[in-house]
Design a protein around this ligand. Structure first.
Ligand code: NAG
Ligand code: NAG
Ligand code: NAG
Ligand code: ZN
Length: 420
């Protein structure tokens, strides 16, 4: 190579490195397909496990853990041929759900110019959510307080808001946990909507509910992951701490220190289900759990995930049922009646292990097992896979309305049973 050529080459090469180092480039999913597979036998399940361990561009959306379950798989164009062979060889029933994932990503947000103030017609970045929380505290100084949970691996603040109308001490506490998994954007959107509803609703029942408890709302727990979904890869799930030379992040909902890595997890740092090097290896789960553990009077804990339309009770670590399972199940049925009555949205109810899969080290299990909190539910919000994680922003408000209806019922029924 001539010196001049070498110089040009170096400049071009360096530029391309700088672009990726700056994180300006966002992963694209042009022509990626999403299939729904029905996993009918152990051989097919083992194949999925292999795909999770050695993905090479495939992406399992939620690993099923047992047979007789549907699973969604993202298939990159360079795997189309392999995939159709696999489906034949293993005789897997499959259904094409999305033919071009990038198109779905492009249609997630409205085309409108950015609205000037925070609302629920679109999804918001972390800094915009935090600005809104700060604004609420300025507007409602007598009823709200900013909570600083701690700092992420990347040094971002994990913020929450405490709503205590009149700042009366001794109230029982209720937590809304949002965005543990980075790509589940609907979680943070619903949680902020509900917080706003508690602050602004004129409905006498909601006003009374809002005033009775101290509400602790954390829209985004996994702040680094969420930031990454905006800047680099919309479908990122985990935290962002390097977990090996090659791969990043642990699954923050497998990283808690109860029955750590005892099922539904992986010790492969490249897996989406990587539990972490040890319990609470991630600064986000460590600091957040420390915060929760110090609350004097935690009565109810709600964790918001997506998607599948499920209302779930602990436990995930075992198929056995928890102490007050029947009570929470009964309340859950009523909650889902309320949820359905608005838009006929159908949810299923059950314990995590029984309704989706065994999953150890989750926040909900930890709260129930360690703190014995009476009322504990996790939601898998809309939808059932049509859009999956990329639920169009036009569904935020309806999803929030129906979800909040069910929360109001849970609180009301729990009160009747004397457990909050
Ligand atoms: C906050 O409470 C103080 C003292 O009770 C009262 O004077 C003030 O008007 C209240 N501020 C707002 C914004 O409600
Ligand atoms: C816990 O809640 C009860 C009932 O609201 C209250 O009487 C008690 O003082 C609270 N305890 C603390 C430590 O806040
Ligand atoms: C949990 O439920 C019991 C009744 O089963 C009740 O006595 C207790 O006060 C409840 N705890 C909280 C923090 O609400
Ligand atoms: Zn999740």
């Amino acid at each position: 190579m001539e010196l001049r050529e070498f110089y040009i080459f170096s400049v071009l090469f360096l530029n391309s490195i700088l672009v990726s180092v700056n994180g300006c480039e966002k992963a694209r999913y042009d022509n990626y397909r999403v299939y729904e597979l029905f996993i009918a036998n152990q051989e097919q399940l083992d194949l999925l496990k292999q795909i999770d361990e050695y993905p090479d561009g495939y992406r399992i959306i939620e690993y099923p853990g047992t047979v007789n379950k549907d699973v969604q798989l993202i298939v990159p164009p360079h795997k189309f041929a392999d995939f159709s062979e696999l489906v034949q060889t293993f005789q897997i029933k499959s259904r094409l759900m999305i033919t071009n994932l990038q198109e779905v990503l492009d249609n997630e947000q409205p085309n409108l110019k950015r609205s000037s103030s925070f609302d629920w017609t679109r999804y918001w970045k972390l800094s915009e959510i935090n600005d809104w929380l700060n604004q609420l505290v300025i507007e409602h100084p007598n009823n709200t307080e900013l909570i600083k949970i701690g700092e992420s691996y990347k040094g971002l603040e994990i913020l929450g808001l405490k709503l205590n109308i009149g700042k009366v001490s001794g109230k029982k506490q209720v937590i809304f946990e949002g965005t543990m998994h980075a790509r589940e954007w609907i979680s943070g959107a619903v949680v902020t909507w509900m917080l706003n509803e508690l602050i602004t609703s004129e409905d006498p029942d909601v006003k009374e509910l809002a005033a009775t408890y101290e509400w602790i709302v954390i829209p985004v727990v996994n702040v680094d992951g969420y930031e990454f979904t905006w800047k680099s890869d919309r479908l990122w799930r985990k935290t962002r701490r390097p977990s090996s030379l090659l791969c990043f992040g642990a699954d923050p909902n497998r990283n808690w220190d109860n029955f750590f890595n005892k099922g539904g997890t992986s010790l492969n740092p490249c897996s989406d289900l990587y539990a972490g090097s040890h319990p609470f290896s991630e600064p986000e789960t460590k600091q957040y759990s420390d915060y929760i553990a110090k609350l004097p009077n935690l009565s109810a804990y709600f964790s918001f995930h997506a998607y599948s339309q499920l209302l779930m009770l602990p436990y995930g670590y075992t198929h056995e049922l928890l102490e007050n399972y029947d009570e929470l199940y009964e309340i859950g049925l009523k909650a889902l009646e309320s949820l359905r009555s608005r838009f006929r949205t159908e949810y299923r109810l059950g314990s995590i292990a029984n309704i989706i899969y065994v999953a150890t080290g989750s926040s909900l299990d930890w709260v129930k097992y360690n703190l014995h909190t009476n009322v504990t539910y996790a939601y898998e919000l809309r939808d059932r896979g049509q859009y999956g994680f990329v639920l169009p922003a036009s569904q935020i408000i309806d999803t929030s309305l129906e979800t909040f209806d069910s929360i109001v019922t849970i609180m009301k029924e729990s009160k009747i049973k004397g457990i909050i």
